[in-house]
Design a protein around this ligand. Structure first.
Ligand code: DON
Length: 307
């Protein structure tokens, strides 16, 4: 199969859709992003790479970072992590407060904001006092990606910190239920810094290969997580990776995937490859509008879905 030709076709087909949707305005530093951008990248388990459009442009990975943090937390806490963060789809928006109150401070899954904040809290506990959770997540991304230049964007994390009222509320709610171990302010600061990590679609597709290969990076041969744990992360990406649009993403794309409000989406084709797409205008659920369409076209054209 000529994957570059497929990517070029997709690029052509989605170009008329650019401009639909809206960039994430609730994070002021992201509100000025040009909505017309599009990039798509594929890295195969054997290291072959294909890209079109702005695939080397770095952007704020936002909630995609939750995959890396969750991997580290699952490695550190194993099944004990499920006592703090459950594994069911929420059917609610990524920053919803209502369910958390009803369910006594236990977030439904690690990809909604409450769950990712609890994961971040668990990493702060795990790495202190000698290391910081932020550095460990970044170092982990360096290992997954095979590049040491990736870092976070301070302007974006500070902008989120100034407007992070909902996330601070979620953390305080968990604290009130006893599901929070550290200082709310410092965990939220770490959470925002992790969300503001900047990567390109090319780097993202490379860095998720461990999930396409049972927890071991197929290129460096480094083992990051066990095969059953990789299965679970992929399952959670399939069922929860797009919040209240997870069912729609599974229906249309048929792959484990994780979105971020920066406009990125990563998807995993187990045993074969990882795909990342960047297009910053979002649909009403906070997922890249054109990115979702591009991935839908990809699995339709290639038959490379898990179903
Ligand atoms: O906490 C937030 O709201 C953002 N830092 C991340 C949200 C996000 O990416 C949701 N994804 N689609």
């Amino acid at each position: 199969m000529n994957l570059l030709a497929v990517l070029k076709e997709i690029h052509q087909e989605v170009t008329p859709l650019l401009g639909q949707g809206n960039v994430a305005k609730y994070i002021p530093a992201l509100a000025k992003t040009d909505p017309m951008q599009f990039g798509m990248a594929i890295t195969l388990n054997d290291g072959q790479f294909y890209g079109v459009g702005s695939y080397e442009k770095t952007f704020s990975i936002q909630s995609i970072a939750k995959v890396f943090s969750y991997t580290l937390a699952l490695r550190a806490y194993q099944n004990d992590l499920y006592k703090r963060v459950w594994r069911e789809p929420s059917g609610t928006a990524f920053n919803s407060l209502i369910q958390l109150e009803k369910e006594a401070g236990i977030p439904r899954n690690p990809f909604i904001n409450a769950g990712a904040i609890a994961v971040c809290d668990s990493l702060v506990t795990h790495y202190s006092p000698d290391k910081t959770a932020l550095n460990e997540v970044i170092t982990f991304i360096h290992e997954c990606c095979g590049e040491r230049t990736i870092t976070f964007d301070q302007a974006v994390s500070e902008s989120e910190m100034e407007h992070g009222f909902r996330n601070i509320a979620l953390a305080n709610l968990m604290k009130s239920f006893g599901n929070f171990e550290n200082d709310v302010h410092s965990v939220i600061e770490t959470y925002f810094q992790v969300c503001s990590i900047a990567m390109s679609a090319k780097q993202l597709s490379r860095s998720m290969l461990y999930l396409a290969n049972n927890g071991t990076d197929p290129i460096s041969r480094k083992n990051f997580i066990s095969s059953p744990q990789a299965k679970r992360i992929n399952s959670l990406m399939l069922t929860c990776g797009h919040y209240d649009a997870s069912g729609d993403f599974a229906f249309r794309v048929g792959l484990p995937g994780k979105s971020g409000v920066g406009g990125g989406i990563v998807a995993v084709v187990p045993g074969k490859m990882s795909i990342a797409v960047y297009s910053p205008a979002l649909n009403k659920y906070g997922n890249s509008l054109v990115g979702t369409k591009a991935l839908e076209l990809f699995t339709t054209k290639t038959g490379l879905s898990i179903f």
